[in-house]
Design a protein around this ligand. Structure first.
Ligand code: DGJ
Length: 727
């Protein structure tokens, strides 16, 4: 990779073997965007912008009526100089003025990676892995310095963030400071977004861009199940396997704003960053504000190629800690099997069954702490319920471990119940408006993580439980969104900082806990995948993908999630039937097959199963342990789309290419059966592959080009899994 600046032409060119990103200084002071895409040897301007004297266009250079910021493809547009498209920043000064004029003043090119302060980011382990360009812009009148950071890696990835420094004597209010903005020269794109709802996360929506804007955003305090901080920009003919795809994703877990906006003369503005709605940050003299980091990916191999790049990056350079490179345990979670009705006796009984089945980790979900018999009480009081656990949970954890299982525990640290000791002592620690009583959601209120005392309390309370080392897994839940925005800790002027400070507070707690307890595996959760984002992955290398455990619904949820996130980051459990969320009955085989596409777990009362079912589960776990290295560290390929087809299919290929797992699920059985043919991907066309069950041998070329046909099964939701070995 390399970054060059050509003094004569004023061109910045960031490139590696795969991509080029080109910018140009216009009139020596404005930064324009020229190109992002497949690698170019150099930029000579064959597709450069032509400026004309156009109606309604303001001309910052009085001597040149052809030049206007409204038609320049910009890199970080400000407000008030004539660019009427969506700005990347909006500031307000003490005199009420909101205009700014930032001009280029210099740049630096260096090895390695710059990082936004106190925020999750892509990291490098060696400076040789990346190069960084820092471009400095200044508003001399206002005494502000803006640094735009661009980092390029070996893969087809570039990351960006922005830092604003106040060098003046006065406080400046930041209303908007996005992480990235970029104007593509064309407009003929399809836009892909991942929207959804609780129990229906990451639906894939694709539509053609015409004439106006598409906005994705969250103002819920978290990235949310309803939206994902991601924009896919695809050529019209881009498919899963072919064509150009640009993906932009934000490494952030709070309110975000993303927008794709058509410019009037055929350009497309792409933006992503903290949501300006309800955001106002007071930047005091000498202070600096860093935005979250945005990840820009470019693929010529369709959506599949784009996902593979995100997967590699997030697995290797966003996830951290010892679990990053470790196979994840098969777990049994108590939630759907027992809900709040936990007890020492029941859990020990479950542990015995779990050991027999080959499970490696027992997770005690919600219901273990003082007085927690329903979702109406006790959040905030992180001490065990002595009635349920007379000998304490450390003792329980030890006993479970003696049986040969790891022991894990559930927390929902960011929350507080009215009925709790914590509320009696610290009712002022709640997020609430000073004029209304706070609105409950799931009978709970949200703690004010902008207050360092609250963060300290939570860090200590959780450390107290983890410090004995008996608990080696934590499920970190978060089951409501932020209403009644108000903090008794922040002063009047700082109330607009609350949502972002909440996220910073959360990150600081997670940073401390993950550093203090490196042997604890953390799994994120927000009523399922409500905060499944790259920010959380930086602290917790896996996330509970959805509260919806129905195998058929999961086909779509896991398909959508896989657009960005690797299988190793997805918690996926086999649960009881009829399914608790949708009432559907699917076979144990299909439930396993779908859950085995992620980090396999079971979430049902093993004691209620028949001997036959227990035997089947035992075999599934034996098989999964043989396959999990491939599932968790191999390449993943989507072969069919459950959003548009009556089926889902995928295959994994192990890191060494020797093991291939193919899975297919027929959704509804049909009388007039159309025989589906699924073409595998990622195999060696010259190699031979043996079906490990039937011992039949096929050429890699045949499996990839001719494919596999699925025989008719007269049953809804039937599944097929074939494991091949390369010979
Ligand atoms: C929501 C989670 O997604 C569930 O798995 C479970 O942990 C419940 N919360 C417990 O309240």
């Amino acid at each position: 990779m390399n970054i060059v600046y050509e003094e004569k032409s004023k061109i910045f060119h960031l490139y590696n073997e795969k991509i080029s990103y080109v910018m140009k200084l216009e009139k020596d002071c404005y930064l324009s965007h020229c190109y992002f895409g497949k690698r170019l040897r150099r930029w000579s301007g064959s597709a450069g912008m032509y400026y004309y004297d156009r109606g309604f266009c303001a001309n910052p250079d009085e001597t040149d009526r052809t030049f206007s910021l409204d038609t320049m493809p910009g890199e970080y547009p400000d407000f008030g100089q004539g660019d009427f498209r969506s700005p990347a920043m909006e500031l307000e000064f003490l005199d009420g003025d909101r205009n700014t004029r930032f001009y280029y003043v210099g740049h630096r090119i260096s090895e390695g990676k710059a990082k936004p302060k106190n925020l999750p980011h892509v990291y490098v382990e060696d400076d040789a892995e990346a190069m960084t360009l820092e471009i400095w812009m200044k508003d001399e009148v206002r005494g502000l310095k803006l640094s735009l950071y661009y980092t390029i890696y070996e893969d087809a990835v570039l990351t960006r963030f922005v830092s604003l420094k106040n060098e003046s004597e006065n406080t400046v209010a930041i209303h908007r400071l996005l992480s990235m903005s970029m104007d593509l020269q064309e407009q003929d794109y399809d836009i892909l977004t991942l929207g959804g709802a609780h129990t229906e996360e990451k639906n894939v929506y694709r539509r053609h861009l015409v004439g106006d804007s598409i906005v994705v955003e969250s103002n819920r305090g978290t990235s949310s199940p309803q939206a994902t901080p991601f924009l896919g920009i695809l050529r019209r003919d881009t498919t899963e396997e072919q064509g150009e795809a640009f993906g932009v994703n934000l490494i952030y877990s709070g309110n975000f704003f993303g927008c794709v906006q058509c410019g009037q003369y055929g350009t497309t503005r792409v933006q992503l960053g903290i949501n300006p709605f309800q955001f106002c940050w007071n930047l005091k003299p000498k202070e600096q504000f860093d935005t979250p980091e945005a990840v820009l990916v470019y693929s010529q191999e369709g959506l599949g190629g784009m996902s593979a790049i995100f997967h590699r990056l997030y697995r290797k350079r966003v996830c951290r800690g010892k679990f990053r490179d470790q196979e994840r345990p098969v777990l049994l979670n108590s939630w759907e099997g027992m809900y709040f009705a936990l007890s020492e006796e029941k859990l020990l009984g479950l542990a015995d069954e779990a050991v027999k089945a080959g499970i490696e980790l027992l997770v005690m979900d919600d219901g273990w702490f003082r007085g927690r018999n329903s979702d109406t009480t006790s959040l905030g009081d992180w001490v065990e319920d002595k009635e349920k656990f007379p000998n304490g949970i450390q003792d329980l954890a030890k006993k479970v471990r003696e049986k040969g299982l790891e022991f894990g525990i559930w927390f929902e640290p960011e929350m507080i119940s009215y009925e709790s000791e914590l509320y009696k002592q610290h009712s002022d620690w709640v997020i609430k408006s000073h004029c209304y009583s706070p609105i409950q959601s799931r009978n709970q209120l949200v703690l004010d993580l902008s207050n360092p005392k609250v963060c300290e309390y939570l860090t200590e309370a959780i450390s107290e439980i983890l410090k004995d080392g008996n608990i080696t897994y934590v499920k970190w839940d978060m089951n409501r969104h932020l209403t009644d925005l108000g903090s008794t800790f922040l002063d009047r002027e700082s109330q607009g900082e609350l949502s972002h400070r909440y996220v910073l507070g959360l990150y600081s707690i997670l940073e401390q806990l993950t550093e203090s307890f490196p042997d604890v595996l953390f799994e994120g959760c927000s009523s399922g995948g409500g905060r499944f984002d790259a920010g959380m992955l930086y602290y917790m290398p896996q996330t509970w993908t959805s509260d919806n455990t129905d195998a058929v619904c999961r086909l779509k949820i896991q398909h959508g999630t896989s657009l960005l996130f690797p299988s190793i980051s997805m918690g996926a459990h086999v649960s009881a039937v009829p399914n608790h969320q949708v009432g559907r009955t699917t076979s144990l085989e299909t439930r396993y097959l779908v859950a085995a596409a992620g980090n396999l777990g079971y979430e049902l009362d093993l004691k209620k199963l028949s001997q036959g079912e227990l035997e089947q589960i035992k075999k599934q776990i034996v098989q999964y342990k043989r396959l999990r290295r491939t599932v968790q560290f191999g390449e993943y390929y989507r072969l069919a789309d459950p959003f548009t087809e009556n089926q889902a299919a995928w295959n994994f290929v192990s890191e060494d290419g020797k093991q291939v797992i193919f899975s297919h699920v027929q959704i509804l059985a049909r009388s007039a059966y159309r025989i589906p043919t699924l073409r595998l991907r990622g195999l060696d066309p010259k190699a031979e592959y043996k079906n490990t069950e039937t011992k039949e041998v096929f050429g890699g070329d045949e499996l990839m080009y001719a494919g596999i046909t699925i025989p008719r099964v007269r049953q809804d939701f039937s599944g097929t899994m074939i494991v091949f070995e390369k010979i």
